[in-house]
Design a binder for this molecule. Structure first.
Ligand code: ATP
Length: 222
């Protein structure tokens, strides 16, 4: 599998459907990059998202092309098409295993997810094994990020203890940590954008301009 060059040694992985990528996704990437001093962020669009209701998801090539446009002027951000290469349902465990095997051992991986998704982690395939390959970064609302995260950690990851100095939960040696990152909620979602386009409303300001143009040119979400 081909990876972009020069991702550095602290790489954030942001998976999603990205139908389409929006400014909320880009803001998460930037917030996490700053909070954990990451060297880069790799956006990984899902080929077949296992957790999504079955609406007609846009073709992978469109979703990945919009991501390319969104990160074009963002140094340190890049896009991986590895889930398309694998085909079938896109499980995070398979993606992280592949990425772990591809990166050299001095590279640390940080798997970024929203608090909502983290709260459902008990439904994920091989969830504890995820921490063999990466640390988690859980994005939550500033008022209760650590508290909600702590409840989910306690329920699903026995043995993980909060380390005040490090600001994260830690498990056995060699296992990834779980980092809470507080971020004000952003009222933007791909669902709202698809609805706006269908309703003929403007989406400027919620997606990068090049993405808005791509949606228009390719007649997406009509
Ligand atoms: P949809 O509306 O189609 O469900 P979405 O906007 O949630 O899509 P995804 O591609 O499913 O976008 O999201 C990828 C990741 O980004 C997920 O971890 C999701 O929790 C997170 N995310 C998306 N939008 C926001 C937002 N506004 N604030 C915080 N996290 C977000």
């Amino acid at each position: 599998m081909e990876l972009p060059h020069n991702l550095g040694t602290r790489v954030g992985i942001l998976g999603g459907t990205f139908d389409p990528v929006h400014n909320g996704h880009l803001a998460i990437a930037e917030a996490v990059r700053q909070a954990l001093a990451l060297s880069s962020i790799l956006f990984v669009p899902a080929f077949l998202p296992p957790h999504k209701p079955t609406y007609a998801i846009s073709a992978f090539q469109h979703r990945a092309a919009m991501l390319d446009l969104a990160v074009a002027d963002r140094p340190g951000c890049s896009v991986s098409r590895l889930e398309a290469e694998r085909e079938g349902s896109s499980y995070s465990i398979d993606t992280l295993r592949t990425l772990r095997q591809t990166f050299s051992q001095d590279v640390r991986l940080f798997f970024i997810i929203g608090m909502d998704a983290f709260a459902e982690i008990h439904t994920w395939k091989a969830n504890r094994e995820l921490l063999d390959y990466a640390s988690f970064v859980v994005i939550g609302r500033p008022d209760h990020c650590q508290q909600s995260c702590g409840q989910t950690v306690a329920a699903n990851f026995p043995g993980y203890v909060f380390n005040e100095a490090a600001g994260c939960w830690q498990g056995n040696p060699g296992e990834g940590a779980i980092h809470p990152v507080a971020m004000p909620p952003m009222e933007v979602s791909s669902t709202a954008i698809r609805q706006a386009v269908r309703g003929g409303k403007s989406i400027l300001g919620v997606v990068p301009e090049a993405v808005a143009r791509y949606i228009e040119t390719n007649g997406l979400y009509r």
